[in-house]
Design a binder for this molecule. Structure first.
Ligand code: ASP
Length: 324
């Protein structure tokens, strides 16, 4: 049946004109050598904005469009968008994608008019993965630079390099080589959450991210619970904060879910190795929730989805235990 490609904007769609016009999905796919012979591609244009301006609601709209396409017989779906927030949007899609058919997110680091533009190669590889038997059941995948990453692990690690995407905790899942999809690792197990979130409730469910820094007393966290339904803390190393900040976080955790992650970029937070004030075991005793291997950005996505769906503190903790 072929692939449905949803175009959402980003560098892959920058036309090079001074007025900020964007290429349509049809113009993006027309520039991909060999695509026509590979698979029929139906193109849909939606939300042509820089990825930093995308919303959870727009991504869930895209999931709904993709779900309909799969229900109508598509072998898989490709989404093109900006790379800046791809690690967050891909994880959001993965959390709610209920199908066996793959949904593959891709983009480009170089604009179409630049020497060595990577968009066409990335679209071609993404379509190959979207139609590959090997990718079925893998949920949301990120494909750039002929590499296949699980949405669960992928990070943008460089501001300009075409090899920016990496999965520091797990390694990449596979490669596209000579047009073949070669999966090297098994994708992480998935338990999709309901995609049908009430939009008004989602919009009202704000989740803050606080990155802890040297000599940080967290004064800006005061009163946070009046505006935010949850907080993710990106702590030092294995999940530590300055001792003076610990009581503030503990008090917040009595009001709203507070999730503990590491700001390091890889590795998990610990549970019971250090015991000083502000250490991981002190914070967990004060009611913070351990995010395991989830990085701060992905933890924030999960927490917002859980809270928007009406989950209470126990269900939130259980979900992080399952997915962290
Ligand atoms: N600023 C762009 C965006 O995320 C960067 C990109 O597409 O690579 O929309």
């Amino acid at each position: 049946m072929g692939v449905v490609l949803v175009a959402l904007g980003g560098t892959i769609s920058v036309s090079g004109g001074v007025r900020g016009e964007r290429l349509t999905g049809a113009e993006i796919t027309a520039a991909v050598p060999g695509l026509e012979e590979l698979a029929p591609v139906d193109v849909l244009d939606a939300h042509a904005v820089p990825s930093g301006s995308l919303t959870f609601g727009q991504i869930l709209d895209t999931v709904a469009v993709a779900s309909r396409a799969v229900a109508e017989g598509a072998d898989g779906v490709v989404v093109t968008q900006g790379t800046d927030t791809l690690e967050e949007t891909a994880f959001l899609v993965d959390l709610v994608w209920p199908h066996e058919e793959p949904i593959v997110l891709t983009g480009a680091m170089r604009q179409p008019a630049m020497a060595g533009a990577d968009g066409p190669a990335n679209v071609l590889a993404a379509v190959r993965v979207a139609t590959a038997r090997e990718a079925r059941g893998a949920g949301a995948l990120v494909v750039l630079n002929d590499e296949v990453h699980a949405a669960r692990w992928v990070r943008k690690t460089h501001s300009t390099s075409p090899a920016t995407f990496a999965s520091p905790n797990a390694g990449l899942l596979g490669h596209v080589v000579e047009g073949r999809v070669r999966m090297l690792l098994t994708p992480p197990p998935r338990e999709p959450l309901p995609a049908g979130l009430d939009r008004a409730r989602l919009e009202a469910t704000r989740v803050a991210l606080h990155v802890v820094t040297l000599d940080d007393d967290g004064a800006r966290l005061d009163g946070l619970e009046t505006t935010y339904a949850g907080l993710v803390v990106a702590g030092f190393g294995v999940g530590h904060v300055p001792g003076v900040l610990a009581p503030r976080l503990g008090a917040l955790a009595e009001r709203i879910p507070v999730v503990l992650t590491s700001r390091t970029g890889a590795g998990s937070v610990l549970r019971h190795t250090y015991h000083a004030p502000g250490s991981e075991s002190d914070l967990l005793q004060r009611g913070l929730i351990d995010a395991g291997f989830l990085d701060p950005y992905k933890a924030r996505v999960l927490l917002r989805v859980l809270l928007a769906a009406g989950n209470g503190p126990r269900a939130v903790a259980d979900a992080f235990a399952l997915r962290g």
